[in-house]
Write a protein that binds this ligand. Structure first.
Ligand code: FES
Length: 100
């Protein structure tokens, strides 16, 4: 094993867990589409080397979903709608500008 520093200033995890209606899950709120929109936005900004968007499984916060978390900043966005993509993007801009 090799321990190292993450190459990303911000790693965005979007829960895309789907339970097919069995009980509430983030995918019910179209979180997969949200992850795609965020990835597109990051790519447009040429931040692919600094910011990473990953789909995640359940974060244990299903009732609050869809959930998006930013690390290492420990920022959680809950009840995220597709229209919130720009608000999340604005937060990422803040992080990139102040990161050192
Ligand atoms: S399904 Fe997303 S937090 Fe559980």
């Amino acid at each position: 094993m090799i321990e190292d520093v993450s190459p990303y200033k911000c790693h965005i995890f979007v829960c895309t867990n789907a339970r097919q209606g069995e009980r509430k899950s983030c995918a019910d709120g179209k979180s997969k589409e949200l992850a795609i929109a965020l990835k597109k936005r990051i790519k447009e900004q040429s931040w692919s080397n600094e910011v990473r968007v990953s789909r995640s499984s359940c974060m244990g916060l299903c009732e609050k979903g869809p959930n998006v978390v930013l690390y290492p900043q420990r920022i959680l966005f809950s009840n995220v709608k597709h229209d919130d993509t720009e608000k999340i993007y604005s937060k990422i801009c803040e992080i990139i500008e102040t990161f050192d």
